[in-house]
Design a protein around this ligand. Structure first.
Ligand code: UDP
Ligand code: MG
Length: 316
């Protein structure tokens, strides 16, 4: 058995059957180059419908470092990551994607920085040509708006791929929210952070699970989890339009007093009714977004449910 600290890799798998073997092959090639630490690989099967679980299990037969956590259904990447972080026992934990979009070689640099005293080491993508134009554009827009309205700054172009020491993982575990926007939660805990840069390659196999509508909801999750600006903005919009309405009211009253009753007024009436009606609908909708989240939080449901744990040979 190797001495030295243990590093846990936490890898969520959702319908990645085609990529499992390639993943372990690449990972192994990298891990054998590290002799300052030993590893455990926590694989979370997030309710895959293909042969991901079977392949994970057969990989774990021949490699005692692999531990497999099977969730009872698909809970989504954030929940799967949480499950993996909870199960990881290492002195440092590295969450990474199963599709090899997070280059394993970086693990070596991360561990180096960690041993030099960093609590958290972020992997920052300096090039995202593996992602589509639209995805890059909307991602940039998201970071820009989010960091303007929220107190917690999320570093741009940093995903979940990072190294966290034990203290920061424990801090993260103390965040009890059910709606888990991991990017924001990672940023919220703080700690002494260093960065390594890399080029983000395209997916090795399969296709991205995050497209269009799912990404939009993900972004909404980000705003509502870490900012109440969308709620507060209505106070200002409301005050401003009240002021305008008041000025208009004074104008109408005076005009009526001076020129007498003026029946035609259909257009201005309809416009103001429609305008304020839709303004109210938008603000009620935003209230709804937050109330919906309060509702889910108040149910206190667990973030994920484990069906079975395989290959955990630390416990007797
Ligand atoms: N994933 C997951 N559950 C889901 C969706 C995705 O565990 O419901 C995993 C997926 O298997 C992969 C990682 O999350 O390991 C990132 O997914 P993907 O590559 O589709 O996202 P992208 O790289 O496009 O952001
Ligand atoms: Mg990917």
């Amino acid at each position: 058995m190797q001495a030295g600290p243990v590093v846990s890799l936490v890898v969520p798998f959702y319908n990645e059957g085609a990529g499992v073997d390639a993943f372990f092959k690449t990972i192994n090639a990298t891990l054998t180059r590290v002799d300052t630490a030993s590893f455990e690989i926590v694989c979370v099967d997030d309710g895959s419908k293909d042969d991901t679980l079977a392949r994970l299990l057969s990989a774990s037969q021949s490699d005692p470092r692999i531990k497999v956590l099977e969730l009872s259904r698909n809970f989504g990447k954030e929940a799967a990551l949480t499950a993996g972080l909870d199960a990881a026992m290492g002195d440092a934990v590295i969450p990474m994607d199963a599709d090899l979009q997070d280059p394993p070689e970086l693990i070596i640099q991360m561990i180096e920085k960690w041993r030099l005293g960093a609590d958290v080491v972020l992997a920052r993508r300096i090039d995202r040509h593996g992602d589509s134009m639209a995805k890059r554009g909307t991602a940039n827009l998201f970071y820009k708006i989010h960091n303007r309205v929220s107190h917690v700054e999320i570093p741009a172009n940093v995903g979940d791929f990072r190294l966290m020491n034990r203290a920061s993982v424990d801090a993260l575990k103390r965040l009890p929210e059910r709606q888990r926007f991991m990017k924001g939660m990672f940023a919220w805990i703080g700690f002494r952070t260093e960065v390594v840069d890399y080029m983000r390659p395209a997916r090795a196999t399969g296709s991205s699970k995050f497209t269009g509508w799912r990404l939009w909801n993900f972004a909404l999750e980000g705003f509502t989890s870490f900012s109440s600006a969308p709620l507060r903005i209505w106070t200002y919009i409301g005050s401003f339009s009240t002021l305008l309405t008041f000025i208009y009211l004074v104008f109408i009253v005076i005009r009526t007093l001076v020129y007498g009753v003026d029946v035609p007024g259909y257009a201005s009436l309809l416009v103001s009714i429609l305008f304020f009606g839709s303004l109210q609908l938008i603000s009620v909708g935003i209230l709804g977004e937050y109330i919906g989240r309060i509702y889910t939080e108040s149910k206190q449901r667990p973030v994920y449910v484990v069906r079975q744990v395989y290959g955990d040979n630390r416990e007797p």
